[in-house]
Design a binder for this molecule. Structure first.
Ligand code: MG
Ligand code: MG
Length: 248
């Protein structure tokens, strides 16, 4: 069921989203060669809790950590561990925070030190594809318009779209209806209405978009081990278009 949020609910979602944004800003300077992903996870969890929120993903269907931290060929749901970040890696931090029962969800891919031109290209155009998708968010448009725009942009730039994973509604559950695929047919799917809150999150690959699941039953990796990038914002549909909730 797709719910329309009241102004009071949007205010709580805005607060939750802002905590997610601030957590990204707080953690960014720590993303350097030599740090472990477990250390990043602990720092972020502490920051989220200091901001009167709880990490949305910890314990979600048994997920063990506060953040999903995915390196290079890992697409999503990497487990924070003793793995150390190396110069030239790209690393995605997917952060969710729950404030007074409402969630914010935003993923961002960061570079570690100096990265090669191919990874920089992947990051640049995956980030752009998120904003290309967001341009379709306005009352009257449909969910399929978002996926169509993202997929078309990815194709034009020779990047793969991971189709097994998609965006989603956000509210009192971090994953609500509707699903928001990163591919699709324009003018299909549920119609966007003022007060709907959705997370849009293209996951693009430099090589094949085929994926497999690691033995931990969570972490998704590209089959050809080409790098993957992932950018996500939670937004509310407004009269004029949309407002990013996981921003300043
Ligand atoms: Mg996320
Ligand atoms: Mg999400």
């Amino acid at each position: 069921m797709i719910t329309i949020k009241s102004e009071r609910e949007v205010e709580l979602l805005r607060k939750a989203g802002n905590i997610v944004y601030k957590t990204h800003q707080y953690i960014k300077p720590f993303i350097k060669e030599g740090i472990t992903t477990k250390e990043l996870d602990s720092l972020a969890e502490k920051f989220i809790r200091e901001n009167e929120a709880t990490p949305s993903f910890k314990g979600y269907e048994g997920f063990p950590s506060a953040l999903c931290i995915s390196i290079n060929d890992e697409v999503v749901h990497g487990f924070p561990s003793d793995r150390v970040l190396n110069n030239g890696d790209i690393v995605t931090l997917d952060i969710g925070a729950c404030y007074k029962g409402y969630h914010g969800d935003s993923a961002w891919t960061y570079k570690v030190g100096e990265i090669d031109a191919e990874k920089a290209y992947l990051m640049e155009h995956t980030k752009k594809s998120l904003f290309i998708g967001l341009e379709q968010v306005k009352p009257g448009n449909k969910i399929g318009d978002i996926g169509y725009a993202i997929e078309s942009y990815a194709k034009e730039h020779n990047l793969g779209v991971v189709k097994e994973l998609c965006g989603h509604g956000v509210g009192t559950d971090v994953h609500e209806d509707p699903e928001v695929p990163n591919y699709g047919v324009a003018n299909t799917g549920p119609r966007l209405k003022v007060g709907m809150v959705i997370a849009i999150e293209p996951m693009l690959t430099l090589g094949s978009p085929e994926i497999y699941m690691e033995s931990n039953d969570w972490t998704v990796v590209t089959e050809d081990h080409s790098p993957s990038a992932h950018y996500e914002h939670t937004v509310v549909v407004t009269q004029d278009g949309y407002e990013i909730l996981t921003g300043e």
